[in-house]
Write a protein that binds this ligand. Structure first.
Ligand code: CDP
Ligand code: CDP
Length: 223
C-alpha cells in the first residue's frame, strides 16, 4: 500500500491521539501530535514569562524556539530547545492556557510550517484541530473524530484519576467545554470539520473499535 497522509481533527478527549498512535503502530506510520507542539510553545511562554499581549516578545520566541517531536512506538517525546518537556506539557495549567496561545496567528504560522515539513514524506498521521482544513488540505484521508462532551469528560476524568488528580467530573467537563468553545470560535484556523472529512462519532465506541474504524477508512483509500 502506498504511504498516505492521514489527518485526524476533533475536540479534546475524542481519542484522537490514542487512536492515531495505535493506527500508526499498526501501519508503521509516523504519528505527529500537533497539540503537543502548541502545548510546548505554551510551556516556553510561561517559562520565559512572555506576556501573551506582547506581540513583539511572542514573535521573538516564535523566531528562536526549537520544538522537536521524537516519535517512539508508544508515545511521542517532546523537546523545547533540547530540553525534554513530554510530561511537563500535560499539566492543568498548560491545558488551561494553551487555547489562548494557539489562537495567536504568529504561533500558528510557525507550527504549521514545522508540521508540513514533518509530513512531507507521507506515511504520517497528524492529529489536531486544523490538519484537514489548513495544515494538509490535500491529505489522502481526513477524519473528524468526535464524541459527546459527557463521554469525552468521562474519559479524561478516568485518565486524570489514574494519575492521582482530584478534579471532579464536573470540573473536567467544564474545562473541556471551555476549550471546545475557544478552539471553535477563534479567528485563525478554528476547529471545524473539513468539507471532505469523514465524521466519526465514537461516543459508543471504545478505543480499539475507534482505531479499527480509522484503519478501515485508511485501508479503503490505500487500495
Ligand atoms: O489532547 P487534548 O485534546 O487535550 O489537546 P491537544 O491535542 O494536546 O491540544 C491542545 C490545544 O492546542 C487545543 O485545545 C488547541 O487549542 C490547540 N491546538 C490547535 O489549535 N491546533 C492543533 N492542530 C492542535 C492543537
Ligand atoms: O487526543 P484526544 O484529546 O482526542 O484524546 P486522547 O487523549 O487520545 O483520549 C483521551 C482518553 O480517552 C484516553 O485515556 C483514551 O484511552 C480514552 N478513550 C476511550 O476511553 N475511548 C475511546 N473511544 C477513545 C479514547
Amino acid at each position: 500500500m502506498r504511504k498516505l497522509t492521514v489527518a485526524i481533527d476533533g475536540p479534546a478527549g475524542a481519542g484522537k491521539s490514542s487512536a492515531a498512535r495505535l493506527v500508526a503502530g499498526r501501519l508503521q506510520y509516523l504519528y505527529i501530535d500537533t497539540g503537543a507542539m502548541y502545548r510546548a510553545f505554551t510551556w516556553a511562554m510561561i517559562r520565559k514569562k512572555v506576556d501573551i499581549h506582547d506581540s513583539q516578545a511572542v514573535q521573538t520566541l516564535a523566531d528562536t524556539i526549537d520544538i522537536r517531536l521524537e516519535p517512539l512506538a508508544d508515545q511521542c517525546r517532546v523537546f523545547v530547545n533540547n530540553q525534554e518537556v513530554t510530561e511537563a506539557i500535560r499539566t492543568k495549567n498548560i491545558s488551561s492556557c494553551v487555547s489562548s496561545v494557539a489562537a495567536l496567528a504568529v504561533v500558528r504560522e510557525k507550527l504549521v510550517q514545522l508540521q508540513r515539513t514533518m509530513a512531507e514524506e507521507g506515511g504520517v498521521i497528524l492529529d489536531g484541530r486544523d490538519i484537514g482544513t489548513v495544515v494538509l488540505p490535500n491529505a489522502d484521508v481526513k477524519i473528524f473524530l468526535t464524541a459527546s462532551v459527557a463521554s469525552r469528560a468521562k474519559r479524561r476524568f478516568l485518565e486524570m484519576q489514574a494519575k492521582g488528580s482530584t478534579d471532579t467530573l464536573d470540573d473536567i467537563a467544564r474545562s473541556i467545554a471551555a476549550r471546545d468553545d475557544m478552539d471553535s470560535h477563534r479567528a485563525v484556523s478554528p476547529l471545524r470539520r473539513a468539507d471532505d472529512a469523514i465524521l466519526l462519532d465514537n461516543s459508543e465506541l471504545n478505543l480499539e473499535q475507534t482505531a479499527d474504524a480509522i484503519m478501515d477508512l485508511i485501508l479503503k483509500k490505500g487500495r
